[in-house]
Design a protein around this ligand. Sequence first.
Ligand code: GLN
Length: 304
Amino acid sequence: MIDFQGLLNNIHDDLKTREDKGVVASYIPELSKQDVNTLGLYMQHIDGRSFSAGDAFTPFSIQSISKVLALSKAIAFEDNKIWERVDVEPSGNPFNHLSLLELENGIPRNPLINAGALVIADILVTHLENPKEDFLQYVRNIANDQSIKYNFKVADSEERTGFNNFAAAYLLKSFNNLNNSVDDVLDFYFHQCAIEMSCEQLSKAFYLFANGGQCMQGNQHIPIQQAKRINAIMLTCGFYDEAGEFAFEVGLPGKSGVGGGIVALLPNNFILATWAPGLNPRGNSLIGMQALEQFTSQTNLSIF
Ligand code: GLN
C-alpha cells in the first residue's frame, strides 16, 4: 500500500525549498499579486480517500483549467456536434496563438487553446439561460461545493488587457464560427477563467473525468465515451506547446492554468491538483510540473 500522505509531504518539503520557482503571470495584472512561494497539493483517490499538503484549501484563479469544465458542459449540450466547430489536434503552439490563421475554415486546432475555448464559450452562451450564473452552478455541482465563486477583479483585469483574446474572437467571428456577439462571448470567457477554486475543489470537480463521466455524487454528467475523449484531449493539448514534455515527464492527462494550477488524473485511480503560481517560459507551473513528475515517478502511477 502506497503511503500517499508521506509522499505528498516529502514532495512538498522538497519543492518548497527550491530556489527557481518560475515567474508569476503578469499579463493579467491581478494575477501578478500572487506569492511565488505558495505550494499546495491535493490528491483525491477514486475510492474516496484524500490527502493534502501545503496550501491545498486556498482558492486561486483557475484560468485555463476552466476550459476542461466548459468543454464537458458543451459536450453535455451538443455531444459530438461540437467537433464540427473545433478540432482535436495538438497545436504545438502557445495557448494564445491565433492558430486558426493557419487554417482556411476558421476551425481552431483544439478546445484547450484560447481560440478553441472561445468557440466552446460561444456554445455555452447559446445554451445556458443565464450563462455566467448557470456555468458557475455547474462547477459548484460537480465539485459538490456551493462556496465556489468568481473573482470579478480578475475578470475585469483581463477584460481590460485581453487584446489577444479580442483578436481571436473577432477572427472567429469573421469565419462565422461565433454565433453570439464577440462581447458576450469574451465576457463569459473572462469570467469562466476567473473562477477561483482550491486544489481540493479542483480535485473533486475533476473526479468525473477519472470516473467515466460520473461525479462524486453519482450523477452521470457526460457519457463514458466522452470522458475518454476529454482525457485524450487533456493529454495531447492540455499543456499547449509543452504537452509532449508533460506526457514524457508525468504521463497523465492534465490541464494547467496561468494562475499556477495544474490538475492531472489517472482514470479509475486518482486526481491530483497542484498550485504553485510561478510559471515556466511556456506558461505552465514550474513547481507544479515537478511535483507531478515526482509523484508519478515514485508511485509508478501513470497511464504508461
Ligand atoms: N484567461 C487566460 C487567457 O485567456 C487563460 C490562459 C491560461 O491559463 N493559459 O489568456
